[in-house]
Design a protein around this ligand. Structure first.
Ligand code: CTP
Length: 404
């Protein structure tokens, strides 16, 4: 399946760089076209000439080298390589390069290409065990994963330092299989499609300090945005107040209240081929937010808040839905689930609705997994098994694709 694919291998400084020679050799055996770039530190472990001979291409090691390049080549080299690649694998990925990628530094060819590329990026963190398990490295890896980087965990065993533990480069076959699997999942089947996704809760101000909110973490909506971007869609994500990393290549608009979300969604919906409303929009807000902090009256006194309704964003989208646009809603129910979901589907003029039940184990707020039932306007109702929110996202997108 890698035949004819363009695989860019980024080598950073680490003793495992020598094993990447075998990766390049074996990738070429699959029929892939392989190019290698190296950081300056990597060249201290393996000579560029070795990778050049194995890949059949010149090896770029820095942004400024002028050996056979003209000035215009240099100006566009990073962009050319970034757009050339179908997948970019960084192996070994040193703690230093991982930290740079986390913070968006671009001080060498490898980190510049990582910033400029839209293709899947895979990382094989390979280092000393103590560096690997250091909370800073773990946090950086976690943040990159949230943004959509594919991380191939290191093997455990004897390390060059004499320590034992995680930090060894995984088997070459495992790396190649992960590249294959990633390319398979990121088939660009939504290329050219503009998808608008909402995620997270909304906060409705009571006074300058307090708000009415809900327990939505935003993970489901962010998973949809990430999966759609990986499948080539142009994604705009309208996010309520959440603490999540923005997936790669996704345009994010942060909002707080239902009214702000309403405005942001309507500003972008007319250009979108599909709108997926995964946000948990508040149905009510305080009638008027107090200008100053509301003070406690007496210890025994109660406080009554008068609530006004917020705009129903999805309902308003459904009312002016154009032919050919796909509208997807979510429903979170605790009782009469299917019936309520079907009612919302009709009332809001949706193509399908994703029903979440709080009763299911592994589903609900803040979890990494979800159990959903997809209720279409036409066709059969499908209850999906327990799966990761990312897999649920792809299931939703598979159905959406068929309607586009
Ligand atoms: N929704 C919306 N605007 C609102 C409320 C909900 O766009 N003010 C969207 C949600 O994003 C979701 C769908 O409508 O995709 C259903 O949301 P839900 O809260 O389950 O339904 P409601 O219509 O608000 O009904 P209820 O809260 O009474 O169950």
């Amino acid at each position: 399946m890698l035949r004819g694919k363009h695989i860019l291998v980024g080598v950073t400084g680490g003793i495992a760089a020598y094993k990447v020679c075998y990766l390049v050799r074996d990738l070429r055996k699959t029929g892939a076209d392989v190019k290698v770039i190296m950081t300056e530190a990597a060249t201290r472990f393996v000579a560029p000439l070795t990778f050049s001979a194995l890949s059949g291409h010149d090896v770029a090691t820095d942004l400024w080298s002028v050996n056979q390049s003209s000035a215009s080549d240099i100006a566009t080299r990073h962009i050319d390589l970034a757009t050339w690649a179908d997948a970019f694998i960084v192996a070994p990925a040193s703690a230093n390069t991982i930290a740079k990628l986390t913070y968006g530094l671009s001080d060498n060819l490898l980190t510049i290409i990582a910033l400029a590329s839209r293709c899947p990026i895979l990382l094989a963190p390979t280092m000393d065990a103590d560096m690997y398990i250091n909370p800073v490295t773990q946090q950086n890896i976690g943040r990159l994963q949230e943004r959509g980087y594919v991380v191939i965990p290191p093997d455990e065993g004897d390390l060059a330092s004499g320590l034992k533990g995680p930090g060894r480069l995984p088997e070459i076959q495992v790396i190649i299989e992960t590249i294959e699997h990633t390319l398979d999942k990121s088939a660009q089947d939504l290329k050219g499609k503009r998808i608008l996704v909402t995620a997270g809760p909304t906060f409705e101000s009571i006074d300058p300090v307090r708000f009415l909110g809900n327990r939505s973490s935003g993970k489901m909506g962010f998973a949809i945005a990430k999966a759609a971007a990986q499948r080539g869609a142009e994604v705009t994500l309208v996010a309520g107040p959440v603490s999540l990393e923005t997936p790669r290549s996704v345009r994010r608009i942060d909002v707080e209240s239902a009214a702000q979300m309403h405005e942001a969604v309507h500003a972008h919906a007319s250009k979108a081929h599909a709108v997926i409303m995964a946000a948990a929009v508040a149905d009510y807000k305080p009638q008027a937010a107090a200008k100053n902090k509301i003070k406690k009256q007496g210890p025994a006194e109660s406080l009554t808040l008068e609530l006004a309704s917020t705009p129903d964003i999805l309902l308003s989208l459904g009312e002016k839905k154009k032919k050919g646009t796909v509208l997807v809603g979510f429903a979170l129910e605790t009782d009469n689930e299917l019936l309520n979901a079907q009612e919302k589907l009709k009332k809001k003029n949706l193509d399908f609705i994703v029903l979440n039940s709080l009763k299911e184990k592994g589903a609900g707020f803040g979890t990494e997994t979800n159990v959903v039932t997809i209720v279409p306007r036409r066709g059969k109702i499908e209850k999906l098994p327990l799966m990761s929110k990312f897999d649920v996202a792809n299931e939703i997108l598979n159905r959406l694709k068929n309607l586009l």
